[in-house]
Ligand binder design. Structure first.
Ligand code: ADP
Length: 259
């Protein structure tokens, strides 16, 4: 009887192990399927700029000498599509890299001067009017490189989807650090707000200001979300179509320490 009981128990255990095993296989299959989807989306998205580059290069080859008027437009299209491909490749490399390989370098960062430096760099690169309202006197524990990258993604969106002044505001709210990037651009409809964080998701491309010059990748915000998670931060968007968008980075209270 004791043996029988033992056998039964081991059968239960076997069943349980079988179920766990199946669950693991399911998870693995799911993750492979996601990986395959990612690779297929990425290849598809990289094809678009390549096709444009190829067709403008062919046009120049055929008609460049007899039609010098085509030169400016073609070269600009080739240049901007090459820039888009570079951005996309960089973003894809980050997204494809397992998080454990993101070498983090944590340090105590004085927020106001750090944001000021980043904003200055961005302003110089893009010659955009950016106002900074930064509350002094508090620090967060973070990885400087990643936080800067995150801020640049939000600034870059404000730049691409608005024309006026961009405001960057840094303050402290209930013990958390808030970095806000505020634009008065085209805005995002409520039903699109959660979708814009999906990989490769872009809202109706025709709406984009100067789409020809400034094709995005649809990867910026999904990378922003992953960076924020890694830093223990949160990225949120508030927006009103036609009025503008506020993107906020919230760094949790536990990371704050008063000077
Ligand atoms: P993209 O490279 O296309 O900008 P993102 O992932 O950063 O990719 O953004 C996804 C989409 O969300 C954009 O294509 C755009 O339609 C919308 N979006 C993001 N930020 C803003 C903003 N500040 N104002 C208006 N629309 C925005």
């Amino acid at each position: 009887f004791v043996r029988l009981k033992q056998d039964m128990r081991s059968k239960d255990e076997l069943t349980e192990m079988g179920e766990t095993f199946n669950e693991m296989i399911g998870l693995l299959e799911n993750s492979f399927a996601k990986q395959e989807q990612f690779v297929s989306n990425a290849s598809h998205e990289l094809k678009t700029p390549l096709t444009i580059i190829e067709s403008y290069a062919s046009l120049l080859k055929r008609k460049g000498l007899s039609r010098p008027d085509l030169f400016g437009e073609s070269v600009e299209a080739i240049r901007s599509e090459a820039v888009r491909m570079r951005t996309m490749t960089e973003q894809l490399l980050w997204l494809a890299k397992p998080k454990r390989e993101w070498r983090l370098d944590w340090s105590e960062v004085n927020v106001a001067p750090f944001v000021e430096q980043s904003v200055n760099a961005f302003r110089t690169a893009y010659k955009r009017d950016i106002e900074l309202e930064a509350k002094e006197g508090f620090a967060v524990r973070t990885d400087k490189g990643l936080l800067k990258q995150l801020l640049f993604i939000l600034l870059d969106n404000a730049r691409k989807y608005s024309e006026g002044v961009i405001v960057v505001r840094v303050d402290e709210e209930s013990g958390a650090c808030m970095i806000r990037v505020i634009d008065e651009g085209i805005g995002i409809a409520p039903e699109e707000l959660s979708r814009v964080f999906e990989r490769f998701y872009r809202i109706d491309q025709a709406r984009t200001k100067g789409q020809e010059e400034e094709g995005g990748t649809g990867l910026g915000l999904s990378l922003a979300k992953e960076i924020a998670e890694t830093l223990g931060a949160e990225v949120t968007l508030e927006s009103e179509p036609g009025k503008g968008t506020t993107a906020a980075i919230k760094l949790p209270a536990r990371l704050l320490s008063k000077f």
